[in-house]
Design a protein around this ligand. Structure first.
Ligand SMILES: Nc1ncnc2c1ncn2[C@@H]1O[C@H](COP(=O)(O)OP(=O)(O)OP(=O)(O)O)[C@@H](O)[C@H]1O
Ligand SMILES: [Mg+2]
Length: 385
């Protein structure tokens, strides 16, 4: 039963079979949940956007927007949403695919009501953990802010707290991924199916890579970076990236343009760190086309550099997917990623840290469906300044 909270958990159930919708609604309502219904993926997405349910349960196979597509779009709109997939008996491949896109769980037809309730319960528990961390973080932040706003140490505490919250999110995702891959491997062993073994192994390797990257990112993030400041041409950290990413741009059919600064002034900076910041912004800009249909638009990414009187301004602009409201709000505050297995959400947090260590600023504009622009401003520190 769902007796802990005053407001019942809201579930959105998306299934094209009326019979299933009716039976599951009765089962879930009698277990204490509030149930919203949708008969297809389009309506499901629409209800998700309008009514913001806590958990989504969706059939995998549906005409129009199918379950996997719905899962991807929901995760893009709000990565924190728990999505449970309903699969048919022979839909193992689709179930595997849904786990790769971070479905919370899946249940197999014919649906057993205790399996369904236990999947929803597990999803609720995960949400509660997330909420507890957040409320703990909010309390900690308020406490620390109240104690002494100006004390450097307190600020460090907030950062540490945010790091822990962000990490627990990333680790939760990796743990889910490892659970999914071991399930697929088990299926492979049980059915002596080479394809599942291969898929399970690939998923497992992906998760191992991810946890390796996460620990490296964390080390980089946590260490008090010793920046190696030198007088540099502001174009230098960008030039290498233009060469490095040229090939990728071709592969992704992106028109990648570079407008260097024409001023000859040198400025004090750590070239390698600024290189990493720009590389992350450009990788993100390239990734912004991944979920868009192939022929959707002429894909543009521009990196431009301008030397002004008192500052250097780097701009990375793309006409890709833009960001949804929850991603936009979380950016630079939490370790958020919409890239499933392919991202950790450390990129922008580390970028911000480096820019602030240069006494600079980073900001962004974004419009859903139209693109984004990230702007880095670094103080111009010439020999005479
Ligand atoms: N140019 C962009 N267009 C659309 N979304 C973006 C863009 N830049 C960042 N984002 C969103 O912000 C999220 C966080 O970006 P960030 O670089 O911190 O992490 P990541 O790219 O997901 O993973 P990684 O740690 O490997 O960089 C991304 O997952 C993406 O959803
Ligand atoms: Mg990134």
């Amino acid at each position: 039963m769902n007796g802990k909270t005053i407001k019942p958990t809201r579930l959105l159930l998306v299934d094209d079979e009326e019979g299933i919708r009716k039976v599951l609604k009765i089962t879930l309502e009698s277990a204490g949940y509030e149930v919203l219904l949708a008969a297809d993926g389009e309506t499901g997405l629409d209800r998700f956007i309008r009514e913001n349910p806590d958990i989504v349960i969706t059939d995998i196979k549906m005409p129009g927007i199918d379950g996997i597509e719905l899962l991807k779009r929901i995760k893009n709109l709000n990565p924190e949403t728990e999505v449970i997939m309903i699969t048919g008996h022979g839909d193992m491949d689709l179930a595997v695919k849904s786990l790769q896109h971070e479905a919370a769980d899946f249940i197999t037809k014919p649906i057993d009501s205790s399996d369904l309730e236990s999947a929803v319960k597990k999803a609720e528990d995960r949400m509660a953990i997330g909420r507890n961390i957040k409320s703990y973080m909010d309390d900690l932040k308020i406490l620390v802010e109240e104690k002494d706003k100006k004390l450097n140490e307190s600020e460090k505490l907030i950062t540490i707290g945010q790091t822990i919250a962000g990490m627990s999110h990333a680790i939760k995702n990796i743990a889910g991924g490892l659970k999914g891959s071991s399930f697929v491997l088990e299926q492979g062993i049980e059915h002596e199916n080479r394809q599942y073994l291969k898929q399970g192994w690939e998923m497992m390797k992906g998760n191992i890579d991810k946890i390796t990257k996460l620990s490296l990112d964390l080390l980089n993030y946590a260490k008090t970076t010793r920046l190696n400041f030198r007088m540099e041409n502001p174009n230098t950290p960008a030039r290498e990236i233009v060469q490095l990413m040229g090939h990728k741009a071709k592969e992704k059919r992106i028109n990648f343009k570079f407008h260097p600064s024409f001023e000859k002034k040198l400025t004090l900076m750590d070239c390698d760190s600024i290189h990493n910041c720009l590389l992350n912004l450009i990788t993100n800009a390239f990734d912004a086309f991944d979920e868009l249909p192939d022929q959707d638009r002429q894909r543009q990414v521009t990196l431009s550099i301008a030397t002004q009187e008192k500052e250097i301004v780097y701009r990375v602009k793309d006409n890709g997917s833009g960001m949804s409201e929850p991603v936009k709000t979380a950016l630079f505050k939490e370790f958020i990623t919409t890239k499933g297995m392919n991202g950790t959400g450390f990129g922008l947090m580390t970028t911000k840290k480096i820019i602030e260590e240069h006494h600079g600023k980073i900001d962004f504009n974004t419009e859903t469906g139209r693109g984004s622009e990230f702007i880095i401003q670094l103080p111009l520190k010439t020999m005479d300044s």
